[in-house]
Ligand binder design. Structure first.
Ligand SMILES: [Zn+2]
Length: 325
């Protein structure tokens, strides 16, 4: 009742005072509401603008968290690696700044690379390439320790030509007897003869593909494939086709199997750069049973290590051997 009276009595001084107060209060309230609205609008604007800039802002924000990325040598860096780290980087020019080996794997080490984010801002990221390969990689260990090259269809590891039942030679690989191997085998024969051992000067050396083909096919006709494989290499698979191999023959014209000769050969062949290519109890590695007469020239350094350790060429070079694939 009173309130109503006051309301409808603006001319009363009391009422005028109250009215002024009310208006002031309303203005203050309006100011506060406007201020709150302003704060809200500023907040929304900021939020919207930050949504538009998410890539750049996220990257710079998180850059300290991903300054280091660890990868294995066989990993292939993609922008994904950086997305996971907080960047949406798409510039892959960093690829060039990490060294790669012949196999296309990264060379272990720490590299600092520039990663571009979506706003074009550069960020320094250090990439650590760990020496260990990831478990999913089935790369043979050969590529890690040895230099493998394919030359005219032949496999050459650390400069040594490979010929076994897993690594055939092409039909047109026809080098003839290697002059150095031939000279060295004659020196070895002369030394054997000077020790009174039974060996003739003529060896069974180079055999070309066509000769091996005739030899093998002859055995197959006579005995069948299974037997033929036991006594003869298939064409392209004989080590004699390398021109680096010599079978030693005694004066009776037989392959040397007698012990004084065989023992001397085992102990001294490395001095002439030769190895006994098919040693005892290594058939699962070489693909052949013991052949005391069959010498392969690999050079003195390799020969000394192979013969002194009692290993095979396959084991020395980490090359796959054994039976036919
Ligand atoms: Zn032979």
């Amino acid at each position: 009742m009173t309130k109503n009276t006051e309301h409808h009595n603006p001319r009363s001084p009391e009422a005028r005072k109250r009215r002024k107060r009310r208006i002031r209060n309303r203005r203050i309230l309006l100011g506060v509401v406007l201020l709150l609205l302003l704060v809200l609008v500023i907040f929304l604007v900021l939020k919207l603008s930050s949504c538009h800039k998410v890539p750049g802002q996220t990257a710079s924000h998180n850059s300290s968290e991903i300054t280091t990325i660890e990868i294995s040598t066989d990993h292939q860096l993609t922008s994904e690696d950086f997305v996971n780290g907080g960047f949406s980087a798409t510039d892959l020019s960093f690829e060039d700044s990490i060294a790669k080996d012949d196999q296309g794997n990264y060379v272990p080490g720490t590299y600092t690379i520039d990663v571009m984010d979506a706003d074009g801002n550069k960020h320094k990221v250090s990439v650590v390439v760990l020496a260990k390969q990831s478990a999913e990689s089935s790369e043979p260990s050969v590529s890690q320790k040895h230099q493998v090259s394919i030359e005219n269809g032949t496999t050459v590891v650390d400069g040594i030509l490979i010929s076994n039942k897993k690594h055939p030679l092409p039909a047109d690989f026809n080098p003839g007897n290697d002059p150095l191997a031939e000279q060295k085998v004659q020196e070895l024969i002369a030394a054997m003869q000077s020790h009174g051992l039974d060996v003739q000067n003529t060896t069974s050396g180079f055999r070309d593909y066509t000769y091996q083909e005739q030899l093998y096919n002859g055995y197959v006709e006579q005995y069948g494939v299974e037997e033929a494989d036991k006594i003869s290499a298939r064409p392209g698979y004989s080590e004699h086709q390398t021109g680096l191999t010599h079978d030693l023959i005694n004066t009776a014209g037989e392959l040397i199997t007698s012990e004084p000769e065989a023992a001397w050969i085992r102990e001294n062949c490395a001095d002439y750069g030769f190895i006994v290519r098919y040693p005892q109890d290594k058939e699962d590695v070489t693909g052949y049973s013991y052949e005391p007469w069959h010498l392969r020239y690999v050079g003195e350094e390799a020969a000394r290590e192979i013969m002194s350790k009692g290993i095979t060429l396959e084991e020395y070079l980490d090359v796959e051997g054994g039976d036919y694939a």
